[in-house]
Design a binder for this molecule. Sequence first.
Ligand SMILES: C[S@@+](CC[C@H](N)C(=O)[O-])C[C@H]1O[C@@H](n2cnc3c(N)ncnc32)[C@H](O)[C@@H]1O
Length: 279
Amino acid sequence: VPEVRVRARAAQLHHTGAVAQRVRDAVAGRAVDPSAEPAGAPAGPRVDVLVEGETASVRVDATGEPADRRGWRLATARAPLPPTVAAAALLATGWDGTAPLLDPLCGSGTVGVEAALLAAARPPAVGRRFAVECWPSFAPGTWASAAAPPRPAAAPPAPVLLSDRDAGAVEAAEGNAARAGVADRVTVARAALASAADRAAGLPPGWLVTNPPWGDRLGGGDPRDLHAALGALVRGLDGWRVAVVAADPATARHVGLPLTTAWRTTVGGTRVALLVDAR
Ligand SMILES: C[S@@+](CC[C@H](N)C(=O)[O-])C[C@H]1O[C@@H](n2cnc3c(N)ncnc32)[C@H](O)[C@@H]1O
């Protein structure tokens, strides 16, 4: 039996609960054999009904879980970034998976895990099930042929270096990297920002892509100082470039390097921008 969500606008059928029950009864009357559903398929489908005036539209959700639920991110530290936003940040820098990648404020490791997945050419959300897969009309053969052919992985794999001063964050990042199947491509250390440069010393130039805490609610001190320290770190690494996901561009300018805005979005209700090294 599907989950039915009903909204009504300027409609005589304003009792949404009764509408939902009719839809459920109608679907149950034609229910398919549940044993025919593929193993691991999401319980579904979800039906959205919108009644406007005398017209009702019925939509069946073909997707299921939101796209940012990648499956691997079960552990979170404070203020985690949606994996889709982390991936968008990496793609906007032009990072190709062959240069080193550093996130010295890694939290639960979202940027680093998405980087390792990109470098390994793993398609996003590989292994996830879509709601459409439990539709009676679902044709697995057609679905498989529509899937993109795998790209070759970047070889040799670039080092992805993550660190955070918080022990819980380090543990979460390690767990997430293992679940994502990229533990061999990611190294996580417990370290303060000031010592993160040591790990990158001697490597070829790469990218520092990070998401500093916005405001000082995570106890990181003055965020302007944190951004200034990030800038100093990058300037001390020959040829390295920086990208920050920032809620306040004025604060982010304290990295002291020319930055351009690559995109803007909203994270947990906060407007944020990706500021990318313009050098
Ligand atoms: C906004 S969170 C990063 C969230 C991460 N992108 C994720 O998706 O989970 C910022 C992180 O910076 C860390 N942090 C703040 N100041 C730091 C410092 N001076 N040195 C090292 N880590 C620091 C915090 O412990 C926190 O985990």
